[in-house]
Design a protein around this ligand. Structure first.
Ligand SMILES: O=C(O)CCC(=O)C(=O)O
Length: 280
């Protein structure tokens, strides 16, 4: 593989556990620029949506599809990122970007994400192959137990897709299956620092608890698919467009535009975020 950025051991670990943590994946300088832009670029705030959890708390996120010439697009499109994703997806086809989202878990108010598999959502988009879909979370602030870091059930991607219904405004996994999984599989709290990356399979069971601490927990999650993975119920287009790869130093050294023109998700347009039309 050209410019391999993950070792064979890391790739094997991802396939076995369904996730992989890479410390310092993004430089401190790059993270600072991403976080500063995330808090200063008003298009993030203007386009944020709230997704209510089961207790009525709000989880805030801004989600866009096409990765542009902005700092987030440069992170998503960086050579190191795309090569790492290519090494983990079960396909030799070019890597495409499904969407990215800025997760904004505010102190004291940031809501939970209920147990789910991402493919529990994306099955509705009729993506064919869960092994050709994965996400990468890059921490912009420390993520720990106190501020509601992500939790994963190690190895649960091997269960295949399990049934999902609704949990608040979110899609939630069948809790009988989650509880069964927890009897024999490890629950892992993904405590990471700014710049660390978590790669996770679209079928791994994960959740996060509310942020009851004094500290914000912000991260960017970019979701990728192979061009060979057709989605028969998805109207955006970046998921089938090979990524235009950029240099790893683009975030810090290239001129960057605002996200003003990005194709942000509007809540009313996402069938996965509203109960009507969802077949339980
Ligand atoms: O960031 C979080 O706390 C949870 C995000 C998540 O579960 C997801 O995006 O699928």
């Amino acid at each position: 593989m050209p410019n391999a950025s993950l070792s064979q051991q890391q790739i094997a670990s991802f396939h076995k556990d369904g996730y992989l943590i890479v410390k310092n994946f993004i430089s401190k300088q790059a993270v600072e620029k991403l976080y500063t832009t995330a808090t200063a670029d008003h298009s993030m705030e203007t386009n944020s949506i709230n997704v209510t959890d089961q207790t009525g708390k709000n989880s805030k996120l801004s989600l866009w599809f096409t990765p542009g010439n902005d700092v987030f697009g440069y992170m998503t499109r960086s050579e190191k990122m795309v090569n790492s994703v290519a090494a983990l997806l079960d396909s030799d086809a070019p890597v495409c970007h499904f969407h990215s989202k800025l997760m904004q878990k505010e102190p004291k108010v940031g809501g939970a994400w209920e147990w789910h598999q991402d493919y529990g959502y994306w099955y509705k988009n009729q993506f064919m192959f869960p092994d050709q879909l994965l996400s990468v979370m890059v921490a912009l602030t420390p993520a720990n137990k106190q501020n509601g870091c992500l939790q994963v059930i190690k190895g649960s991607h091997k269960l295949g897709r399990i049934n999902h219904g609704f949990a608040g405004e979110q899609v939630g996994a069948d809790m009988v299956m989650v509880e069964n999984a927890l009897k024999s599989m490890d629950l892992v709290y993904v405590e990471i620092e700014p710049g660390d990356a978590l790669f996770f399979h679209s079928n791994i069971l994960h959740r996060s608890e509310a942020n009851l601490s004094e500290n914000a927990r912000w991260s960017i999650i970019s979701c990728y698919s192979s061009q060979s993975n057709l989605a028969y119920n998805e109207t955006s287009t970046s998921w089938k467009t090979p990524i235009e790869v950029v240099a790893d130093d683009a975030i810090t050294n290239w001129e960057s535009t605002s996200l003003y023109h990005a194709d942000f998700l509007k809540k009313e347009n996402d069938p996965a975020l509203k109960p009507t039309g969802w077949e339980k």
